[in-house]
Design a protein around this ligand. Structure first.
Ligand code: DGL
Length: 256
């Protein structure tokens, strides 16, 4: 198979990366995508960096066996733990994701920028460097959300229980001015509506899925790897849980 006709591999600890895949398909409709969700081993965000690296390595091996031409790590946590190491080891384009702090700062709104993400993402060097860059000019509040991805993993994106969880995390900020909320975990875009109900429609909620998809496109262009055809590409979804339900839920989330 010609190199540029090969599929793009994209993965996450579970279903969150589907929020990135959705944007990537819009931007690159003629590409084939292979999505891998590691739901069986989720969450990654409360594991040790070494454990995450091991899990990430075996997902990458799986995708390389499928002969992908590029890999998108559609998981902030896995990116923090593994992207540098993976780029050293492999020569194919590897695109990661990080909390979209830059666009949040550029909005130039008064108040706190709240970054919701996993504990690992917020404590790793990659995020510390990002904070360092912007913390002089704005009020950034990292907000670890252990337990939140589990709601999305079980398809629970509109319940009272979820509302209670989010209120518990955000009510302490609602009397103050919130500049914006950055979703630093790819699971969270699926609960954007619920979040807006709690903090108010006027608060911008930003995620990195479009930025990451644009970066994927740029990298493919640069390496002359864009697919030349003009018919819609194919999507194949795998999940380590290997049940009909999880695959069905994956397709459902992608169509929301
Ligand atoms: N979706 C993942 C992220 O972007 C993390 C969820 C988890 O496995 O804890 O960080």
């Amino acid at each position: 198979m010609e190199e540029n006709s090969k599929p793009i591999g994209i993965f996450d600890s579970g279903l969150g990366g589907l929020s990135v895949l959705k944007e990537a398909i819009k931007l690159l409709p003629y590409e084939d995508f292979i999505y891998y969700g590691d739901t069986k081993n989720a969450p990654y965000g409360t594991k040790s960096v070494n454990e995450i690296r091991k899990l990430t390595n075996s997902v990458v091996d799986f995708l390389l066996d499928k002969e992908v031409k590029a890999i998108v790590i559609a998981c902030n946590t896995a990116t923090s733990a593994s992207v540098d190491e993976l780029r050293k080891r492999y020569s194919l384009p590897i695109i990661g994701i990080e909390p979209a702090l830059k666009p949040a700062v550029e909005l130039n709104r008064k108040g706190k920028i709240i970054i919701m993400a996993t504990t690992v993402t917020l404590s790793e060097k990659k995020f510390k460097n990002l904070m360092e860059k912007y913390k002089k000019d704005c009020n950034i509040v990292p907000l670890p959300c252990p337990g939140l991805m589990e709601f999305i993993e079980s398809g629970n994106i509109d319940s009272l229980e979820l509302e209670e969880y989010l209120k518990g995390k955000l009510n302490k900020f609602t009397d103050e001015q919130i500049s914006s909320i950055v979703l630093g975990c790819t699971h969270y875009p699926f609960i954007k509506n619920k979040l807006s109900q709690i903090v108010g429609e006027h608060v911008p909620i930003i995620d990195g899925s479009m930025g990451t998809s644009m970066q994927l496109k740029r990298q493919l262009e640069k390496a002359s790897l864009l697919n030349n055809r003009t018919v819609p590409g194919k999507l194949t979804i795998y999940n380590s849980l290997d049940t009909q339900e999880i695959i069905e839920l994956s397709y459902k989330l992608i169509s929301i």
